[in-house]
Ligand binder design. Structure first.
Ligand SMILES: *Cc1c(COP(=O)(O)O)cnc(C)c1O
Length: 409
């Protein structure tokens, strides 16, 4: 295996984050390497959701005045330190897709220079491009793709706003947010950062990077639960700019005045739309309360050590089986390992899942393994690699049952 089990156990003994693992409810026999798609359940989430169910039963509509209504701002403030934002700069609301749409309208609505181009990245998680295309189609803007691997500087002419992921969902490649933000601003454009694969995966410092706008989700590395709301960040100096296009009542300056005409709230609240689910917000709040105690530098260190351990355990095996490791170098990676096998990738992931090692598969040929420092131990990583080795060497992935596709992969 290249690395001994004893070595992995020694790393666990030295791990300053080891105390978080018991705060997650993971099924027996599962090695979960898919926290980059759906984070594991914090033990406290069950009680939190049950508490909200009781509150609904006992308090009925009074619950909205007992923490439900202002949850988007309260949770935004809880989340803010995790992404390097200040108080009042983050609201937890809707999903990433809608939040990008809102920011596109908000940003372009303030431009007076006639720039009409919205740039999004080829090879990014598709919804970012899809919603940019929808926005342009209905708003008389021009959508362009930044081709994957191309120089951003060569594509910024005439651009009003660009949507970029800090960490690419496929390769795990990490961008230099500070440098790129500066570059985009110097060229007279704005950038919306998508933090889907960086929030909770590594230290993010929006304020220090000079970022004005960002979105991200809470159900991946932040463990908010299936369908947990996304977040939207707008720097405090960029919250007074006018309307966002999804001008619903919760973003109104006085939602309970029930006025006919819309007037946006003067702060981050303007990015809310309409009624949200108190139940899922309570699950997310339980998780974010835990995140308040996480040392992000230690998180990064463990994340890199785990991804290295996994790769070290598998390096010789991957070579033999012709599997390509496209994981970027340590300083340029998020918290995932990305392997490519266009012929057998899908079946390999299914065979691993059958062994309790849960990763995921993305076309074409990409096997993704997410490493979540709060609930994975180094021994878990070692055991996952052992399964990988046994599964490949036995050839069990060739069994027909591992070649059947279902709706969600
Ligand atoms: C997961 C992910 C999304 C999800 O978008 P939703 O609208 O919240 O479903 C968006 N963008 C990126 C880059 C993602 O990884």
């Amino acid at each position: 295996m290249g690395v001994s089990l004893d070595h992995a156990r020694e790393l666990d003994r030295q791990d300053p984050l080891a105390g978080f693992k018991p705060h997650f409810a993971l099924p027996e026999g599962v090695l979960y390497l898919d926290g980059n798609s759906l984070g594991a359940q914090p033990v406290s989430a069950r009680e939190a959701v049950a508490g909200t169910l009781d509150q609904w039963r006992d308090e009925l509509i009074k619950g909205w005045n007992q923490g439900w209504f202002d949850a988007p701002e309260r949770l935004g403030n809880l989340l803010a330190p995790v992404i390097g934002a200040g108080q009042g700069e983050v609201v937890v609301t809707d999903n990433i897709t809608l939040n990008i749409f809102k920011l596109l309208g908000y940003i372009t609505g303030q431009r007076t220079d006639g720039r009409r181009v919205v740039l999004s990245e080829g090879g990014n998680f598709p919804t970012d491009g899809y919603i940019a295309q929808g926005f342009c189609r209905f708003g008389d803007f021009e959508h362009r793709f930044l081709p994957e691997g191309a120089e951003l500087a060569d594509h910024l002419d005439g651009v009003a706003v660009v949507v970029l992921s800090q960490v690419n969902y496929r390769t795990g490649r990490l961008r230099d947010m500070a440098a790129i933000t500066r570059q985009v601003h110097e060229r007279g454009a704005e950038v919306i950062w998508d933090l889907a694969h960086s929030a909770g995966a590594l230290p993010v410092d929006l304020n220090a990077c000079g970022a004005r706008y960002a979105v991200g989700c809470t159900y991946k590395y932040l463990n908010g639960g299936p369908g947990a709301p996304a977040f939207l960040y707008a720097h405090r100096d960029h919250q007074g700019g006018g309307w966002q296009p999804l001008s619903g009542w919760h973003g109104h300056a006085a939602p309970f005045a029930f006025e006919d005409d819309y007037a946006p709230a003067g702060d981050i609240t303007r990015f809310r739309t309409g009624t949200h689910s108190a139940l899922i917000y309570s699950a997310l709040e339980a998780s974010l309360t835990m995140w308040a105690d996480v040392d992000m530098a230690a998180l990064r260190e463990k994340s890199l050590a785990m991804t290295e351990l996994f790769r070290d355990c598998l390096a010789d095996l991957l070579l033999v089986h012709g599997i390509e490791d496209i994981t970027p170098a340590a300083g340029e990676r998020g918290s995932q390992v990305s392997l490519v096998d266009t012929e057998n990738g899908f079946a390999i992931v299914q065979a691993l899942i059958a062994r309790g090692v849960i990763g995921d598969y993305r076309e074409p040929g990409l096997m993704r393994f997410g490493f979540t420092p709060l609930y994975l131990s180094f021994e878990d990583v070692w055991q996952a690699a052992r399964h990988f080795r046994e599964m490949l060497e036995s050839g069990e992935y060739r069994e027909p049952r591992f070649h059947v596709r279902s709706a969600v992969t």
